[in-house]
Design a protein around this ligand. Structure first.
Ligand code: BGC
Length: 742
């Protein structure tokens, strides 16, 4: 045994010595050894430029004072700037060009929250790939996506930009997105974008859903929920991480050393680039943790931020701080190393320029088909009374509402570069591919906030003259996204009144929502026989929605967020802890409370008197034109503490329509050293079933999937009993138990 042990050690030593000293690190060290402090600091500066060549910018680049540029999308301009960096600056270090390419560059897929509803990692991967190919063709190297913030508050406008409320779903889709952007680990591919896991961390927990606000996430929640997707992103090789604007418990992320140095670098071994958010560093003055920009520079370099997005604290003060002995030069070297590493990994030293001889290919047939597929998979059927949907193509349709033909708004937030003239709206599709449909179009409102009811009579008449009315409502793009929080989540303006007016015509009504967030539509449900919910569906939203309405496609989207009944229920999410007094399934409603009822007569459990215990629609929910039945849950009774089990169930498509079901696996750790969520998503898969078909599905659950951070902030698996559920949403009923023995 001893000899074998020695041999193995010798072999390992030999391998270590003969392994090529990392060539990239060698090149980085060589560059660093030749750079002045000012040139190093220049690498840490990201500047926002427009698409013109600015002589001052060129000069700064020649002097080595600009490591990165954001917002240039003109390849000729990018090449001119790059030439100044590569051929006219002393060190010849290429610029890395960044841009927010969030759900597409030109061709826009649904907003990320919509993509999340597909529960389809491959789709998310492909959409990111498409975005990367388009964006890279104009000289962009780096996107600030995916956003991995857990969002449990629909008032927060940026809920649109992430994958919803669940850390497992966000982690899986985030990894898929990173792999898509980064060409499956081929960062040097000329069609790859460096991805950026943002916003590190806790930004989605902004108080009251007000953007940029303080979060107060305690240590266990921090690690078990909010940091989880980032850890997965790092393991998947994300090139960059962006810190967030918010302060968590008083510490702005731009100065959070524990977050960036201890957790991200030391614990997770991240060796990529950490960038600030847009002026998030200098905003520490407003936060009241820095007195001036010099203070800002000191705090952020000490916390481990490598690059400063647009504010000039590093540029103006780092050199001085080094001279004063307050910042060691090695801190700057480390930041430069992280930046150069990404530039090398992207192959920018070898191929700094964008080939302008090949015209960029935007809106290709392939991209449009993908955007359409994504919009189809992202739509969620919330209601379908009497199987009103799918409609027959021979029915006469009244097409009503401000979102039926809203080419700009349908694209959603973050579409800096998308061109609305390429958007196909539902009305656009009715004039094109679906022109055989007999329809009357009456927008009734010019846009979602429009309060002019003058055309409501026309809308009612249109509905009366048709077999069915389809009412397109929702939110203009500007009502969600960054800095677009809302306190009231009802359909904005008079859209609910429009729906009522249409309903009064007495015809069946389909409500089609296009919005940036889950809206509180409970009051609208009585006026809608069917509801198809779309988070802003992007360039091809129109044909995708018609495919679904007419049954050429079958809805399969599931809610990546809980839909609340009232904004006052927020936060309400499926994976909450139990209270000591969980409410029963049936709680007393306001109307049922007797007059002068006794103080304790309602049972003293946790619910709202006016909106109950439950949301309007639970996480994971979504209907289909097919119906799926789950049965035969089988699983072993025990899981070894270092092993895995296979959980099997049977799904039957008991309808006459082929369809896809997103089967979901939930788990609860029944007794642990700290209170654990009532259930947590631990697996999902899209299962295609022909009409009448039965399939067995299997989920692999490993013990490490059950690990969590306890009081000591160490992640571990605690033996004991676990409950599992398999089903089509977070209220899944098929239930079993297993245990991990001591
Ligand atoms: C946002 C980031 C974005 C950056 C650059 C900021 O305001 O918070 O998510 O990447 O701007 O546009």
């Amino acid at each position: 045994m001893k000899t074998i042990g020695c041999f193995v050690i010798l072999l390992a030593l030999f391998a270590a010595c003969s392994a090529p000293v990392d060539e990239t690190e060698r090149k980085i060290n060589d560059l660093l050894s030749r750079m002045t402090t000012e040139e190093k600091i220049g690498q840490l500066f990201q500047v926002s430029l427009d698409n013109t060549v600015d002589e001052r910018a060129l000069q700064a680049i020649r002097e080595g004072k600009m490591g990165s540029v954001i917002n240039v999308v003109n390849p000729a301009v990018a090449n001119t700037l790059q030439k100044a960096a590569v051929e006219e600056s002393r060190m010849g270090i290429p610029i890395i060009f960044g841009r927010d390419v969030i759900h597409g560059f030109k061709t826009l897929a649904p907003i990320p929250l919509g993509q999340a509803a597909s529960f389809d990692p491959q789709l998310i991967h492909d959409c990111a790939r498409m975005s990367a190919v388009e964006a890279r063709s104009v000289g962009i190297h780096w996107t600030f996506a995916p956003m991995l913030d857990i969002a449990r508050d629909a008032r927060w406008g940026r809920i649109a930009e992430g994958f919803g409320e669940d850390p497992y779903l966000t982690a899986r889709l985030g990894v898929a997105s990173i792999q898509g952007f980064q060409a499956d680990g081929q960062l040097a591919d000329s069609h790859a974008l460096a991805a950026c896991a943002k916003h590190f961390a806790g930004y989605g927990a902004a108080e009251g859903g007000r953007d940029y606000n303080t979060s107060n996430i305690p240590p266990l929640l921090w690690r078990n929920v909010y940091l989880t997707p980032f850890e997965h992103a790092v393991s998947a090789g994300v090139a960059t991480v962006m810190v967030s604007f918010n302060d968590n418990d008083g510490i702005p992320s731009s100065s959070n050393k524990e977050l960036v140095k201890t957790i991200l670098r030391d614990d997770w071994h991240f060796d990529g680039l950490v960038v600030s958010d847009w002026t998030s560093m200098d905003e520490m003055i407003a936060h009241g943790v820095a007195k001036d920009l010099k203070d800002v520079a000191l705090l952020s370099i000490d916390a481990g931020l490598d690059m400063e997005m647009v504010s000039p604290a590093y540029l103006l003060h780092l050199a001085e701080l080094v001279k004063e002995g307050k910042v060691p030069e090695t801190a700057i070297d480390n930041a430069v190393r992280n930046i150069l590493r990404i530039k090398f990994r992207m192959g920018l030293f070898d191929r700094p320029y964008t080939d302008t001889s090949v015209p960029p290919a935007f809106y290709t047939e392939e991209s449009l088909q993908l955007a359409r597929k994504a919009a189809v998979e992202s739509a969620i059927l919330l209601k379908n009374d009497g199987d009103l949907l799918p409609l027959s193509e021979t029915q006469k349709i009244a097409v009503i509402g401000p979102m039926a033909d809203a080419p700009h708004d349908q694209l959603g937030t973050w579409c800096f570069d998308g061109d609305k003239t390429h958007t196909v709206t539902p009305v656009g599709a009715l004039k094109g591919e679906y022109r055989h449909i007999n329809y009357i179009y009456e927008p009734a409102l010019a846009y979602s906030r429009d309060k002019n009811t003058a055309r409501f009579d026309n809308a009612r008449r249109a509905a009366a003259a048709a077999d069915v009315a389809v009412v397109f409502v929702g939110e203009e793009a500007i009502l969600s996204g960054e800095a677009h929080s809302l306190s009231n989540l009802n359909l904005i303006g008079v859209q609910s009144d429009l729906l009522k007016a249409v309903k009064s015509a007495g015809k069946p009504v389909v409500l089609v929502v296009m919005a940036g967030r889950p809206l509180t539509i409970e009051r609208d449900l009585p006026c809608a026989d069917a509801v198809l919910y779309n988070f802003h569906p992007g360039t091809m939203g129109g044909p995708a929605i018609l495919d679904l309405l007419f049954g050429r496609a079958n809805p399969s989207g599931k809610l990546p967020v809980t839909v609340v009944r009232e904004a006052g229920q927020i936060p309400l999410y499926y994976n909450h802890n139990n209270t000591g007094r969980p409410a029963p399934d049936k709680v007393t409603t306001l109307d049922e409370i007797p007059l002068e009822a006794g103080q304790t007569s309602l049972g003293n459990t946790s619910f709202y008197l006016d909106s109950g215990r439950d949301p309007l629609f639970p996480f994971g929910y979504g209907l289909s034109y097919s119906s799926f039945e789950y049965s035969n849950l089988t699983l072993p009774g025990q899981m070894p503490a270092d092993g895995a089990i296979t959980i099997k169930a049977t799904i039957t498509n008991s309808s006459r329509t082929d369809g896809t079901e997103v089967a979901q696996l939930y788990v609860r750790d029944m007794v642990a050293s700290v209170a654990r969520p009532v259930k947590e998503l631990k697996g999902f898969q899209r299962v295609w079933l022909k009409a009448g078909e039965t399939k067995e599905i299997a989920f692999e659950l490993t013990a490490s999937d059950l690990a969590f951070f306890g009081r000591d902030l160490v992640r571990k698996i605690e033996p004991g009993e676990f409950t599992v559920w398999v089903g089509g949403d977070s209220n899944a009923q098929l239930k079993g138990v297993f245990s991990i023995p001591k």
